[in-house]
Design a binder for this molecule. Structure first.
Ligand SMILES: [Zn+2]
Length: 265
């Protein structure tokens, strides 16, 4: 599943080819958004917001796509052969010199930019770990949201995936953040002190930031998808499990150096 770092990289890759250019043609699926409303509009911005990719137009409209498990944006030159079948294209945007194709994304919405503040997903997002203005205030807000009463009983591994607490983390970086900070993924949020939550937020920011600047798949991992292989820190075999029906994603952890509460370093 694309995480914030992937979406950030996608936005950075598309922006130079789209921003400032006018939409010559736009094609969607029957039943999808009325994309002909953006034909003739100029693209003002291509941005990541957590795991959402936002494209803003100069006519007051905004396009949101969310990749979920399999979606992706590709950019081609006009006439270039696509790397996925056309039948999987959900949205095609043509500008002078480039064609942007969104494949397999289950969420494609077109709405008025001024409605962003009341958008059911965007308005509730927690601080974005990859926002250009990330800093101590955003980090404190992330911790405050993790601390909310509604999240006290959640495991920390579930809370880190909650985009309303912090935006941008998916399965790789929640596992890696907990491994780096030696925190037991099954610990409840209420059992972790503020200093530990602050360390988790800071490390999640650092790992996503570093990964966003690398080519896809280049980031080193300690626990993610390393079941049975030795922990790079202590040599104990990494374990994995799916324990929560609410979070069907696999958790990977070192049972030796990720203890509850966090072991002192
Ligand atoms: Zn270990």
């Amino acid at each position: 599943m694309p995480e914030g770092d992937t979406i950030h990289r996608t936005a950075a890759g598309l922006a130079p080819h789209l921003v400032g250019r006018q939409i010559i043609a736009a094609r969607g699926r029957p039943g999808g958004p009325q994309v002909r409303r953006i034909v003739g509009a100029t693209i003002d911005a291509v941005e990541a917001a957590g795991k959402n990719l936002l494209i803003r137009f100069d006519n007051g409209l905004e396009l949101r796509t969310h990749m979920r498990m399999n979606g992706s944006w590709h950019r081609y030159r006009p006439g270039e052969r696509w790397r996925r079948p056309e039948s999987r294209a959900r949205l095609v945007l043509e500008v002078p010199g480039a064609v942007a194709v969104c494949f397999d994304a289950p969420v494609i919405e077109l709405f008025e930019t001024r409605a962003e503040a009341i958008h059911p997903t965007l308005a509730g997002l927690g601080p974005d770990l990859l926002a250009a203005d990330w800093g101590s205030e955003r980090a404190a807000e992330a911790r405050r949201r993790l601390r909310s009463a509604a999240r006290a009983e959640l495991t920390i591994s579930a809370a880190l995936l909650d985009q309303r607490a912090i935006a941008g983390i998916g399965n790789i970086w929640r596992n890696e953040t907990l491994w780096h900070e030696r925190v037991d993924p099954w610990a409840a949020v209420r059992d972790l002190d503020d200093a530990t939550l602050d360390r988790l937020v800071a490390t999640a920011h650092r790992l996503l930031r570093a990964s966003a600047d690398l080519a896809p798949g280049q980031a080193r991992v300690g626990a993610y998808r390393r079941t049975g292989r030795p922990c790079p820190r202590c040599g104990t075999p990494i374990r994995s499990a799916v324990r929560s029906a609410a979070i069907s994603r696999t958790t990977y952890w070192c049972p030796s150096c990720q203890r509850r509460p966090a072991a002192p370093r």
